[in-house]
Write a protein that binds this ligand. Structure first.
Ligand code: GTP
Ligand code: MG
Length: 181
């Protein structure tokens, strides 16, 4: 399992990444492109899970190379949990991408980032209602202060696909049960 951070440009993905990962991070170009991305690891239930700061994208119907790379990364990592970061002060703009990713069947946690900005601008968002409409967990976050991150991590844990390995073990499977994914 991996965690993909996805969202429009400039919504706070890299601040999320820095908050969630330790110091061991790698930056590289996506093969054959000039698009760079960063990956690192976070500790989740005693395991190191890879976290990828995916290039910003407005839609999965890509129109530039960064978006194309974002779509490729999504498709190459079918077993990922996608944290879809939205700018909560412009929430309607980010929902389309979130819906596209949900529609493709990925486990998604939506982060309504820039929550501090919505307070400053008196924008009211009904998080629970949005959760019901989207059918996925929605968490309000302020990445620069860390507000909402404890909840975010617990939602990621709840959303993560249960490892087949564990299910088989629990069912009493033996050596042949060394399947993971
Ligand atoms: N007020 C406020 N600013 C934030 C918050 N999260 C991020 N920012 C700021 O928003 C700007 C963009 O953040 P980044 O993390 O670079 O955004 P990004 O999504 O990685 O952007 P790209 O890599 O260009 O796609 C930075 O100046 C951050 O400090 C937040 O919750 N509240
Ligand atoms: Mg970034």
């Amino acid at each position: 399992m991996k965690i993909l951070l996805m969202g429009h440009p400039n919504v706070g993905k890299s601040v999320f990444f820095n908050r969630l990962t330790g110091t061991k991070v790698f930056e590289s170009n996506y093969p054959g492109t000039t698009v760079d991305f960063t990956k690192g690891w976070m500790r989740l239930e005693g395991e190191d899970v890879e976290l990828i700061d995916v290039p910003g994208a407005f839609s999965l119907e890509w129109k530039d190379q960064a978006e194309e790379v974002a779509v490729k990364m999504l498709e190459e990592n079918r077993d990922s949990v996608v944290v879809c970061v939205l700018d909560a002060s412009k929430v309607e703009r980010g929902l389309y991408l979130a819906l596209e990713i949900i529609e493709r069947g990925y486990p998604v946690v939506v982060a309504l980032n820039m929550w501090d900005v919505t307070k400053d601008k008196n924008i009211g968002i009904d998080v629970e209602k949005l959760e019901r409409i989207l059918g996925v967990p929605v968490v309000a976050t302020t990445a620069i202060s860390g507000e909402g991150f404890k909840e975010l991590v617990s939602k990621i844990k709840e959303t993560a696909p249960v490892k087949i390995e564990k299910i088989i073990k629990n069912a009493g499977g033996g050596e042949s049960a060394a399947v993971s994914g």
